[in-house]
Design a protein around this ligand. Structure first.
Ligand code: DC
Length: 674
């Protein structure tokens, strides 16, 4: 389900281990190189994200063979010879696919003949590519602007047998995006057979560490580039891509920055935040974020493939830093600045303005929203921490880094929650980001929001609760399942449902596991068995035993974890979570509930009689509401919802509207995609 927002409760600390997904920059370079090379490359630990998916689709369209074997991707390349001469490639918002594919297909079309159209999402069509086109045209590449000149979409075409003017140096500007130089470095070995090809950079080259990654990976694929300072690069005659066989993708150093910051902000006392997959030996430039974080006070240790971070100085040290060498990770410093003891100034970051969004403007706007004082200029940003923190709904501008960065505002000392709008944008580079974050960050239980949904059997609580949890990205507690499982286990052990002490012992040591909508009891899957009438009847009996309810109490409380919980049952609002922020009591007429249950049973092929179902339901209602312990009744502060005449969607919408009214966030219009 696409979530409109994710609310992070105030977070209080962090410790534990995260394993980072593969680097986007390395993944897409490796994929392109493997796709152009001869032979099969086995790519290990590849990033699986939006940006790599568009590259994979492009390679497939160009005739490369891709085979997944376990966690290893086997890529058989085209060996520098076009197999497909016409293709339309959609590249989403992946600069790391658009720029190098433009260069590679331009030179291949110009020499081997072909027509290729490259396009992306609307934002991709606002990201400049003119400097690369200007470098390729004098070579003899035919590049047609299909939209605004200087921006994608583009058509690359040419005739077989065409020749390129590689005799003189190819000039490219280096001061807008280093990806233009990377694109040429990755593409021109294709046409450097007969003579050296020289690339000269005009203007100051920015983001040099990304060029280092490119050179490093070219070397792995058999191309030894000679470099004269950062001005001129020579691809030697006879260049030919050769697969290295196996290649491992490091964890993403830019993604590591969020967890380094997390450790610096929240790993105080106790265990550190440990990061695996990227370490001090990384070839990625953003690993130098470590030094910047240390300068702000982080206590970072590390070795090959790992980092370990504690809070050091606190509050963090405000500083002024030239961030040209870490353009992406520097965004994380802007958020660390919220926790510093003065004004932090990040300079030389003009490239932020041509990324997924105008990141200087976006960062300034969203940091102000949480209460910070921000000054922005053409190529700098200055951040002073909030005096008063605000509970803010953060716009993410379809920019994964905005979402990941601003999530760190949830550690604010004021204890206000943070709403991240359209959080799924993290899929660009780190689809599991929020799970990873909440796997190591903790909230105090009392600050984790809970919605309770209580009500009688077959009122549709389970469905409503599951839909609410999915819409909000919250955990789900189906407390009935705990009683059902206890009943089943008692049955299995031959324990009478009236033997209170024995059943309570079973409940206290219940080996029950929930995962992706399925349930295991004592290692055996019981998802369907739990829903059967027999389990329901057993549950109704064992749930009237006080010692059993007591035994299951702690287990239920343990479900209250960030970002939040939706709990359904009979006494969620009255006994287990009396402080829940929203309590719903769901009812429907006995006739309606019997009819629904009847329909459900018939659809599963079980014969059933609607009148006896209704009689059963009424008997169960009576027992649940007249028992002495935790009888079924609405909490005093519960909102009643009779859904007899409502569809599931209508019920969900009604409750989400109640929920919205209780949250401290202002209502926002959806940010248009693109
Ligand atoms: O919601 P359900 O049908 O799965 O619940 C099964 C039985 O467990 C039902 O008879 C009531 C009991 N129950 C309870 O007493 N307290 C809860 N929190 C949940 C269920």
């Amino acid at each position: 389900m696409v979530k409109a927002f994710l609310d992070l409760p105030p977070l209080a600390g962090a410790s534990g281990t995260v394993r980072l997904p593969g680097s986007k920059s390395i993944s897409n370079r490796v994929l392109l190189l493997a796709g152009l090379a001869e032979g099969t490359t086995r790519v290990h630990d590849l990033l699986d994200s939006d940006d790599t998916r568009v590259m994979l689709d492009a390679l497939r369209a160009l005739g490369c063979t891709l085979q997944e074997q376990g966690r290893v991707l086997h890529v058989t390349g085209i060996g520098g010879q076009l197999r497909v001469h016409e293709a339309k490639l959609f590249l989403g918002n992946a600069g790391t696919a658009m720029r190098p594919l433009t260069a590679a297909l331009a030179v291949l079309a110009a020499t081997q003949g072909g027509v290729f159209e490259l396009s992306g999402v609307p934002r991709m069509h606002e990201r400049p590519i003119g400097d690369l086109v200007d470098a390729l045209r004098p070579l003899g590449c035919t590049i047609t602007d299909l939209g605004t000149p200087g921006y994608p979409p583009l058509r690359l075409s040419g005739q077989a047998g065409g020749r390129l003017a590689t005799g003189r140096a190819i000039r490219v500007r280096g001061d807008v995006s280093s990806q233009f130089l990377t694109a040429l470095l990755l593409a021109l070995p294709l046409v450097a057979q007969a003579a050296d090809v020289v690339i000269e950079v005009e203007g100051e080259l920015i983001s040099k560490p990304y060029i280092e990654i490119t050179l490093n990976l070219l070397a792995r694929f058999g191309i030894e580039v000679r470099r004269d300072a950062w001005r001129s690069f020579t691809l030697p005659a006879g260049s030919r891509y050769r697969t290295p066989g196996d290649i491992h993708v490091e964890g993403d150093a830019s993604s590591a920055s969020y967890f380094i910051a997390l450790g610096a902000i929240a790993a105080d006392g106790g265990a550190p935040v440990r990061i695996e997959g990227v370490g001090l030996d990384s070839i990625q430039g953003d690993i130098r974020f470590v030094e910047a974080a240390q300068a702000m006070g982080a206590d970072v240790r590390g070795g090959p493939g790992w980092l370990s971070v504690h809070r050091g100085r606190w509050p963090l040290q405000a500083l002024t830093l030239d961030c040209n060498h870490i353009p992406d990770a520097a965004m994380t410093l802007a958020v660390m600045a919220l926790y510093a003891d003065g004004t932090t100034r990040l300079t030389n970051i003009a490239s932020w303005r041509v990324k997924e969004t105008d990141r200087i403007a976006a960062m300034a706007a969203e940091l102000r929203r949480v209460g910070a004082t921000v000054t922005e200029g053409a190529d700098f940003i200055e951040v002073t921490p909030p005096v008063t923190w605000q509970a803010a709904a953060i716009r993410t501008y379809d920019d994964h880094r905005m979402a990941m960065c601003l999530s760190l505002a949830a550690f604010n000392p004021a204890g206000v929650p943070v709403r991240i709008l359209e959080p799924d944008c993290v899929a660009k580079t780190f689809p599991e980001y929020f799970d990873a974050l909440l796997g190591v960050a903790h909230a105090r239980p009392e600050s984790v929001p809970v919605i309770t949904v209580d009500g009688p059997t077959a009122s549709g609580k389970g469905t409503l609760a599951a839909e609410l949890a999915a819409a909000l990205g919250y955990h789900l507690l189906d407390s009935g399942a705990l009683y059902r499982a206890t009943g089943l286990a008692a049955l299995e052990d031959g324990v009478s449902p009236d033997d209170e002490a024995a059943v309570a012992r079973i409940a206290a040591t219940l080996d029950l596991r929930f995962d992706g909508g399925r349930t295991w009891l004592r290692g055996r899957e019981v998802t369907d068995t739990l829903r059967e009438e027999q389990a329901g009847m057993m549950a109704s009996r064992v749930s009237s035993l006080p010692a059993v309810r007591e035994a299951l109490h702690g287990l239920q409380l343990a479900f209250r974890r960030a970002p939040g919980l939706v709990a359904d049952g009979r006494d969620m609002g009255t006994v287990v979570f009396p402080d829940a922020e929203l309590k719903v009591f769901l009812t429907a007429s006995a006739g309606e509930r019997a009819a629904r249950r009847h329909k459900q049973l018939i659809s599963k092929g079980f014969p059933s009689n609607i009148d006896s179902l209704r009689a059963d339901l009424e008997a169960r209602d009576l027992r649940d509401s007249s028992r002495l312990v935790a009888p079924l009744k609405p909490a005093q502060d519960a909102l009643l919802l009779d859904n007899s005449a409502l569809s599931i969607e209508e019920s969900v919408e009604r409750v989400l509207a109640w929920w919205a009214a209780r949250r401290p966030f202002e209502a926002v219009e959806r940010h248009p995609k693109g």
